[in-house]
Ligand binder design. Structure first.
Ligand code: PLP
Length: 397
């Protein structure tokens, strides 16, 4: 008997090879268990500023959110126990969908297990083999996976470039057409030209799906997002979002017309064939939305801090790309250099994970800083000094 390790036919063999290759390219991902979450975290008695959390408004820890989650847990129990289309739709889900529709200014909303499941599920519900999807080159993996599952033809347009999109839309095509983009890009922190893209969509009679994962909580009235901020008319066909970033919990949703919602209930496999989100999670989201509705300036406050911080980083010589949001990339390029910089920052008390391919295009490795309200202006001033000294020490500045 050959051992598992030396038998070339054993799955352990090719898996070990695949891991070795990733490690050699500085692309291996590892899981580090943390003891707490948010913008400031404790590790072995030391406080770190965490720039890799999407808990932008600190709502994951807010008493109102915790109370709402706790009440839902106590009243309904741990799980929803069946799919939304069977007996898993609780009055809580309906309440959250009404609240989200109101918040986003759409007639209806549909909540699912996560933002990933929304994007993976609704794209194949809307387009199929004979149809076309036009996607910004940098859209999130969940959208790309939805497009792949749909079998529709994918046309990628240059990042945030409506003229590139327009050229593609002008080509004659049969079948349904869907444009997908983000309103705040997750890895670049830049803003898409939504007015122009929305006008192109309506001019060409094309559906438009806008992923507002990183806009909600920050932009627009009460953090409703950029579609509301820009008062786009007609509204994009779909505004998707997540309950897991600024809202501090877990889950995803899409806002749309009532007819579209009714259709998506029939056709979205990730919605139909998965258990409904658990009561505590829905309770938390209701609490977070109520807090957003009660506060009008949380997002603006964070964006103001981010602006000051970003301009100081730019002045110091960092390449912050076209960021205009709470997400500030420090473009490095090389995977290993990005990892080394991230490790040095960790030694200096900052958590800022190196983002590498395939999350970003090859040669575009970066440190992605995401600011949260747990980062006070004083803390940010300290972090700026750390980033600049570390950048110099690593030869990046
Ligand atoms: C995080 C993210 C998602 C997925 O949302 P989850 O709720 O975390 O699954 C979708 N789109 C974008 C742009 C994201 O950044």
């Amino acid at each position: 008997m050959t051992s598992v390790k030396t038998n070339p036919n054993s799955p352990e063999h090719w898996v070990a090879d695949a891991l070795t290759q990733r490690r050699a390219a500085h692309l291996e991902r590892t899981l580090i268990p943390y003891g707490n979450v948010g913008g400031r975290i404790e590790i072995e008695g030391r406080t770190f500023l965490n720039f890799s959390s999407n808990d932008y408004l600190n709502l994951s820890q807010h008493p109102r959110v915790l109370r709402a989650a706790h009440e839902a847990l106590t009243r309904y129990g741990a799980g929803a126990t069946s799919s939304r289309v069977v007996t898993g739709t609780l009055d809580l889900h309906a309440d959250l969908e009404s609240a989200l529709a109101r918040h986003k200014g759409y007639p209806a909303a549909l909540v699912m297990g996560s933002g990933y499941l929304v994007n993976c599920g609704i794209v194949p519900a809307l387009v199929g083999r004979n149809d076309h999807v036009f996607a910004d080159r940098l859209v999130h993996a969940s959208l790309i996976d939805g497009i792949r599952l749909s079998g529709a033809r994918l046309h990628r347009f240059a990042h945030n470039d409506p003229s590139s999109l327009e050229a593609l839309l002008k080509r004659p095509t049969e079948g349904r057409r869907l444009i997908v983009t983000e309103s705040v890009f997750s890895m670049d922190g830049d803003l898409s030209p939504l007015e122009v893209i929305n006008a192109l969509a309506s001019e060409h009679g094309t559906m438009l799906l806008v992923d507002e994962a990183h806009a909600v909580g920050l932009f627009g009235p009460h953090g409703a997002g950029r579609i509301q901020e820009l008062q786009l008319t007609p509204q994009p066909t779909f505004a998707m979002g997540t309950l897991s970033k600024a809202l501090g919990g877990y889950g995803g949703y899409v806002a749309c017309s009532s007819t579209m919602r009714q259709y998506l209930i029939q056709a979205t496999r990730s919605f139909i064939y998965s258990t409904a989100p658990a009561p505590a999670v829905i309770g938390a989201a209701l609490g977070a939305l109520a807090e957003l509705e009660a506060q009008s300036a949380l997002g603006a406050e964070l964006l103001a801090r981010a602006h000051t911080f970003r301009e100081a980083l730019r002045d110091a010589g960092f390449n912050v790309l076209q960021s205009q949001s709470q997400i500030i990339p420090l473009r490095i390029g090389d995977n290993e250099k990005a990892l080394r910089f991230s490790r040095r920052l960790h030694e200096d008390g900052l958590i800022a994970v190196a983002i590498r391919p395939p999350t970003v295009p090859p040669g575009e490795a970066r440190i992605r800083l995401s600011l949260t309200l747990a980062h006070s202006s004083e803390a940010l001033a300290g972090a700026l000094n750390v980033l600049i000294s570390a950048g110099k020490a690593e030869g990046l500045l």
